[in-house]
Write a protein that binds this ligand. Structure first.
Ligand SMILES: [Fe+2]
Ligand SMILES: [Fe+2]
Length: 186
């Protein structure tokens, strides 16, 4: 296949010859090119903290799913399970991005609760469980917002991933607030 020549007035800020030259350097770094503008070490740390948060949320939602009891428990237990599955998906997406950036996802149970932003609180009643999950979602919402702001234009792919996850956490928080309101009305 013929190599397409760069047009005379290239719309790129860096000329195409230079882009092609740089792309051939350090090809073992895969998706991380010389144009990567993030501080890789910090980005990997933030993503691993978010991964820990997601894992703790999976564990808490699973516990709540299996422990939900009482006449209103069935629908709530189903909601807990759905959230647990969403958090598991988030964990997998974040771990995937970490390896794409050449890092290693931290799945170690040692220090997991400390790395996580959100807490693992068991809760005694259905209401306590929903409240604790809502608090955890609100923590995730604020910490992910900060991560997104930090990533800014430096790592648009990680930022978009975190934005997508943030939108889901906001949905979760809204679901839980509605469950709490329903429970109060019954
Ligand atoms: Fe999540
Ligand atoms: Fe969530």
């Amino acid at each position: 296949m013929a190599v397409r020549e760069a047009p005379a007035s290239s719309p790129f800020l860096t000329d195409v010859t230079e882009l092609r030259r740089r792309a051939r350097q350090h090809i073992e770094k895969g998706a991380v090119t010389p144009g990567y503008q993030g501080n890789l070490e910090t980005v990997l740390k933030l993503l691993n903290d978010a991964l820990a948060t997601e894992i703790v949320c999976v564990l808490r939602y699973k516990r709540h799913h299996f422990m939900a009891k009482g006449i209103h428990a069935e629908g709530v237990a189903a909601e807990f399970l759905e959230h647990a599955q969403d958090e598991q998906q988030h964990a997998d997406q974040i771990a995937g991005r970490i390896t794409q950036l050449g890092g290693a996802p931290d799945f170690s149970p040692d220090g997991l609760a400390t790395r996580s932003h959100a807490e693992y609180v068991e809760g005694d009643t259905l209401e306590d469980m929903i409240k604790e999950d809502l608090v955890a979602e609100r923590i995730a919402i604020d910490s992910y917002k900060e991560i997104i702001l930090y990533l800014g234009e430096n790592d648009p792919t990680s930022r978009r991933l975190m934005e997508e996850i943030l939108a889901k956490e906001e949905e979760h928080a809204d679901d839980l607030a509605n469950l709490l309101e329903d429970l109060g009305r019954r």
